[in-house]
Ligand binder design. Sequence first.
Ligand code: TRP
Length: 443
Amino acid sequence: MSVNAGDRGVWSSKLGFILAGAGSAVGLGNIWRFPTTTGKYGGAAFVLVYLLSVGLICLAVMLAELSLGRNVQRNPVGVYKGLAPGTPWKWLGILGVITGWGISSFYSVIAGWTLGYIYKTASGQFTGQSPEGIAQIFNSFVSNPVLVIACHAIFMFITMLILFGGVKSGIEKWSKILMPLLIVILILVVARALTLPGAEKGLEFYLKPDFSKFSGEGVVAAMGQAFFSLSLGMGTMITYGSYLSKKDNLVSSAVWVASLDTTIAIMAGFAIMPAIYAFDLDPTSGPGLIFVVLPNVFNAIPGGALFGTGFFVLLAIAAVTSLISIVEVPAAYFIDEMRMPRKKAVMIAGVGAFIAGIPAAVSLQFLGLMDTIFGQYSLIIGSLGVAVFVGWKWGISKINAELQEGNPNFSGQKIYGFFIRFVTPIAVTALLVCRILFPDAFN
Ligand code: TRP
């Protein structure tokens, strides 16, 4: 299998990978979805289960995906074809490529809203508006198909421009610029939120577990959120792992990415929870939380237009470094399996996702449906598949050898084997069963 090496590529350094991997993981999932789900499921108790999920279930899957990618140096389909030729395992890779299309389609629509909101906040459209007026602006914005599709198109176009540059001078270069910028803006927003009068109530909700508001549904939601947030289950980390050098330490790279992602999600909670309570708003208001509730918050703050613009710039940055990692999966599939040049592969993946996103752009209901199918079910099935493949088919001694490349002292074979063979598959199966038995828990 000879692939045009110039069209694949490698990260220039371990730091380059860590920033790109964290760029993928940190996205709308952290800054919009994490605080809203935390609000819905009782605050601190949800956060606790989320942290346990990341540590006990997701980290093992992330190591599995990175090892598979680096071992075969291919996209997800190429990985399963390479390690289990002639078996149906390749369908797990194909599911990932299709999921990449599905997620990128609606993700780009929401990301497009952030562009519209950068303009709206910067041009002072919310200034002096009543809460009803602000809700009205949101509703008329999302029900203006021309505007929403235009924003979706612009966002997808930016994503494609970055991906044209390839691994090193596209994904890695932009992640290195954008990730530190994101962290700086987030620190500013958190500092402002924490100093709002009345912030304490939000902090208490966020930090003091109240298990009376918590249920089995919350556990399931926390696990699902962890997969989405860490970009697991569709082959993003397989693909990013395929650009890693054999010299790099996979264990510490994965721990870095997971820690950065978790830190930023927790920080986003600090930015949003106190603000919601300081202004006596509803933490359970769902997709509208950021777009409907926060402009009220910014309005009530001196210099709010600037603060609000900064916030939506932050959201757009987080979204673009994630979206590139989603579109990169089908693109890498075309480059490796169809031998396409990178530009053509990115064009097909990006334009395809743009077209697939049009129904989500015109219907919030359809957007929610895409999120449920691709952002939930597909990822859960995909993560289960990866764990079973690595634990039972590829085998613990093979992944152990891969983990020892660049980390010869790695001695966690037994414990890792236990997690990837038993803990993850059992927990994920339980999640899947609950997901089917209690669908209402996910709305
Ligand atoms: N993790 C990103 C976020 O939190 C989204 C994302 C990027 C993703 N790549 C993924 C989600 C792969 C699932 C699978 O916004």
